[in-house]
Design a protein around this ligand. Structure first.
Ligand SMILES: [Zn+2]
Length: 434
């Protein structure tokens, strides 16, 4: 396992490169190829070799990677890690241009449960997938990331709304259209957004005849940083949940010699919007890969019955200005280790058995761990854990690194906790029995 400083530098560069789920998957793909993993296509038949690493990507935004164990999967079960590649953001609408009052604005749709106030007055850039016809009439797809500030959603001055500090309601339709540049109503033909996209793609060497469609989101260009007097904290966009994707990948790659059991990492898109899609955790992606690994139905059922998934998604750390938002005995602290998330109503899939197993991995890795249950008078969030458990019938423990400001454009975690979690995951991946 890498040392803490190197590990955190790797985490920060992963967070910065992963401006969209597609970019996060692209950077995982690169790391896996560099580590000797073989990319498989769902279109082909597979011949899996013991000890070899493989991965498969669906829709460009969900990925499953695994190292095949020396034993058959039905005899040893699978050690699974789960996370999600998406984060709340603002996506560009299909007919986005709005020209008014001397500005060209782009209409946006809110993806997921974003905390909207922090999106104002940020240096925003644009990234995502673009579909275009090339000069020969073929439909192609490009990944675009402009990596420079080019848009802003300005706040309204306090002088024009004296009540702003008493609670500012954000109406996404009225208040979020992004300002891209100055423009006048008679400029119309020169400012078509698809034309701008075509120019940007051509600058990157794509032979674009016409942009047909896109899946693009705005993001804050401020890079991740260590902060706090002693750099106790790490602040960044998309910590929920690219942090867990990175930690899971590092754990999988740290197992560099073949183990008896197969280790697997699944990172799904669409968690922030409920996971119901062909590439989300409620879809068939993981099950179809597992069924191919098992071969027949009996082998599949035997494999599931002694597999375990650790579903990693960040948890709410106790906020010192809002301590009453946590149960008095269950307020996770920063840098006090990964959090085991429990909910009697199955919003988390943790059972007392899987919780005890995870606590054991932490103990063996010599890292602390904490437990979270939401206040009894508040609703509880959820994650891919219960969905995967319900779909596959596999045992799951829901865990995560404690963080502040979940779903803000900039979130904060303790700078020790990702590394603690990675060490516990390595113990899990190499454990003889789970
Ligand atoms: Zn999450």
């Amino acid at each position: 396992m890498q040392q803490l400083e190197v590990f955190n530098q790797g985490l920060m560069s992963f967070l910065q490169l992963g401006s969209t789920p597609a970019h996060a998957v692209q950077s995982m793909q690169k790391q896996l190829l560099d580590a000797g993993f073989i990319q498989l296509s769902e279109v082909d038949a597979w011949q899996l070799q013991a000890g070899q690493g493989y991965f498969v990507i669906r829709g460009g935004k969900s990925i499953i990677a695994w190292r095949q164990g020396l034993q058959a999967v039905e005899d040893a079960g699978i050690r699974m890690l789960g996370a999600h590649t998406d984060s709340p953001c603002l996506k560009v609408k299909p007919h986005a241009e709005i020209v008014r009052h001397g500005c060209l604005q782009l209409g946006v749709e809110v993806y997921g449960g974003a905390l909207l106030n922090p999106w104002f007055d940020r240096d925003l850039s644009l990234a995502g997938q673009v579909q275009y016809w090339d000069q020969q009439g073929h439909l192609r797809e490009a990944l675009l990331d402009l990596r420079k500030p080019l848009a802003v959603i300005p706040s309204l001055a306090i002088h024009l709304n004296r009540e702003a500090n008493k609670g500012m309601e954000v109406n996404p339709q009225k208040h979020l259209p992004v300002v891209l540049c100055q423009a006048h109503e008679d400029d119309q033909p020169g400012i078509a957004f698809r034309k701008l996209l075509a120019n940007w793609l051509q600058e990157e060497g794509h032979e674009v005849a016409e942009v047909v469609d896109y899946d693009l989101c705005f993001y804050d260009i401020q890079p991740p940083a260590l902060t706090g007097l002693k750099q106790e904290y790490l602040a960044s966009a998309r910590l929920d949940n690219l942090l867990s994707c990175y930690v899971g990948l590092e754990a999988l790659l740290a197992i560099d010699r073949p183990q008896e059991a197969t280790s697997l990492l699944v990172c799904n898109d669409h968690e922030e919007v409920g996971s119901a899609s062909a590439i989300g955790a409620e879809g068939p992606f993981l099950e179809s890969v597992l069924r191919r690994m098992a071969g027949d139905e009996v082998a599949y059922q035997r494999m599931i019955s002694h597999s375990l998934m650790i579903s990693c998604d960040n948890a709410h750390a106790l906020h010192p200005n809002f301590p009453d938002r946590h149960d008095e005995n269950h307020g996770p602290r920063m840098n006090a280790g990964p959090v085991i998330k429990v909910n009697a109503n199955q919003r988390y899939a943790t059972t007392s058995e899987t919780s005890a197993l995870f606590a054991g991995f932490c103990k063996a890795a010599e890292v602390p761990c904490q437990r979270f249950v939401v206040r009894s008078d508040m609703g509880c969030g959820s994650t891919i854990g219960p969905i995967t458990s319900t779909r596959l019938g596999v045992r799951v423990v829901d865990v995560g690194v404690p963080q502040w400001a979940m779903h803000s454009i900039r979130e904060t975690v303790g700078s020790q906790d990702p590394w603690y979690l990675a060490r516990a995951l390595v113990v899990f991946m190499s454990a003889e029995k789970v």
